[in-house]
Design a protein around this ligand. Structure first.
Ligand SMILES: [Zn+2]
Length: 267
C-alpha cells in the first residue's frame, strides 16, 4: 500500500534515474495535459512530500502526482516491455536515453509552476520522512485538538504528512493505545509520533513494509489486515472496525486493534 515510505523510495529511484538528464520522451495521458511536451527539457529533481510526488523540470515546471491506493511508478530501459499493468492504466511516461519511467494509476496528475507547489502541498504538516521533520510541531498540532481520537489525528496529513492506515494501526498497537483514545488522554504523545517515524524510517529503503521485523507471510504486521487472527503478542483475536469521518475513503476508515494490548475506548 502506498504510504509515505513507498513514495519516498519511488522519489529516490526516479531522482537517480532522471535528475540532471534531458527527457527524450514526455507523455502525460490525462486530458488536461495531453498536449504538454517537455521533451528536451531536463529533470532537476524528484522529491516526495508526504504521499505526494513532485517531479521538477528546468524552466520552472513541476509535475505533481499522487499514488492514493494503487498508483505506482515502474522504471525500465527504453523500449523494454512495460510491466505495471494494462496500457490504459498508464498516466505518465518520462524517459531519457537510459531510463523509462512509467506511472500507472496516478491521481491528481497536474503540471504546475514550481513556485506554486505550496498550493498543492503547503497545507501538509511536517513530513515524516522529509528534511523538515519536526516532531515537536506535530505534537503541537495534535494537542491543538485534544478531543480528537488519536487514530484520526495520525491520518491527518495537515498534522503530519506521510502516515497512512498501515502505519497508523501499527503505531497504535506498539504504543498500546486504543485508536479511539482522545489525544488529551494519550499519556506520551511524543512516543506515538516517534514510533510512527521509526517504523516509516525503517521501511523507506525497500519495498517490503514490515513493522514486526519479520518478512514471513502473515507476520509482517502486528494488527493491520490481521482481523480475526491471534495477536502475535498475546493471542487475543485482532478486531476490526471503522473510525474517522464518513467522508474519508473507506479503506482509511478500517481500523485494526488488539483489545488486550490496546485497552481503551472502542468507538
Ligand atoms: Zn495482543
Amino acid at each position: 500500500m502506498p504510504e509515505g515510505d513507498t513514495v519516498w523510495l519511488a522519489a529516490r529511484r526516479l531522482d537517480a534515474a532522471l535528475a540532471g538528464r534531458e527527457l527524450t520522451r514526455f507523455d502525460l495521458r490525462v486530458p488536461q495535459h495531453a498536449t504538454a511536451d517537455l521533451t528536451g527539457v531536463a529533470v532537476t529533481a524528484v522529491v516526495a512530500r508526504g504521499k505526494h510526488l513532485l517531479t521538477r523540470f528546468a524552466g520552472g515546471l513541476t509535475l505533481h502526482t499522487h499514488f492514493r491506493m494503487d498508483g505506482s511508478w515502474h522504471l525500465g530501459r527504453p523500449g523494454a516491455r512495460w510491466r505495471g499493468g494494462p496500457a490504459y492504466h498508464v498516466r505518465a511516461v518520462l524517459a531519457n536515453t537510459d531510463w523509462e519511467a512509467v506511472g500507472y494509476r496516478l491521481h491528481e496528475v497536474r503540471l504546475i509552476p514550481t513556485g506554486e507547489e505550496d498550493l498543492l502541498v503547503g497545507h501538509l504538516g511536517p513530513d515524516v520522512l522529509g528534511p523538515d521533520w519536526d516532531p515537536q510541531e506535530v505534537a503541537r498540532r495534535m494537542a491543538a485538538d485534544p478531543a480528537r481520537e488519536i487514530g484520526d489525528a495520525l491520518l491527518d496529513q495537515r498534522v503530519l504528512a506521510g502516515v497512512g492506515n498501515l502505519y497508523k494501526n501499527e503505531t497504535l498497537f506498539l504504543t498500546g493505545l486504543s485508536p479511539w483514545t482522545p489525544v488529551a488522554d494519550v499519556p506520551d504523545l511524543p512516543a506515538v509520533i516517534a514510533t510512527a517515524h521509526r517504523l516509516m524510517r525503517a521501511n523507506r529503503d525497500h519495498p517490503e513494509q514490515s513493522t514486526t521485523g519479520s518478512l514471513r507471510r502473515g507476520e509482517t504486521h502486528w494488527v493491520f489486515e490481521r482481523q480475526h487472527r491471534p495477536c502475535q503478542r498475546c493471542g487475543t483475536r485482532i478486531e476490526v472496525g471503522e473510525q474517522g469521518p464518513a467522508d474519508r475513503a473507506e479503506y482509511a476508515r478500517v481500523t485494526y486493534w488488539c483489545p488486550r494490548c490496546q485497552p481503551g475506548p472502542t468507538g
